[in-house]
Design a protein. Sequence first.
Length: 164
Amino acid sequence: MAESVIDILRDAIACYKEGDIAGAITEYTEAIQLEPDDAYLYANRGIGYLGMEQYENAITDYTEAIRLMPDKAEWHRGRGNVYRAKGEYDNAMTDYTEALRLAPDDAESFRLAIGKKIKELKGKIVAAAEAEKTEKKKDDRSNHHHGFGAPFGMTNGIGYNLHL
């Protein structure tokens, strides 16, 4: 006798709890074969694919969940998370914006979703500023001269500074 979707979901949840994401994906795939119009199954499998960094599969599943239930903010936010993980920030922001439109009271989730990117950008700005300081110090040291010779264009013709 074939397993019911409920039994398969229990197995999928057990796999997730044990850290067996691949097993959970397999279980959700089996459940989708039995209930191909269940948006929750696609979204949950999408979470698994995201966890395994199989981003294209995750996008495909979240897109199907959105097709089946377009007004579910969680699906847009989930797909936005996949795009963010891929570094596709414009697509992520499009999905986050749609999630916020669908669930305006969920501003905290939106803030959390983009918070990581803000921290990454801040880190890059700080690193660039530090690199610029280091480069400036190197330039300052290489342009520092003792005496009056070369900085004023006066050398003895052989390349030695003349100290007056």
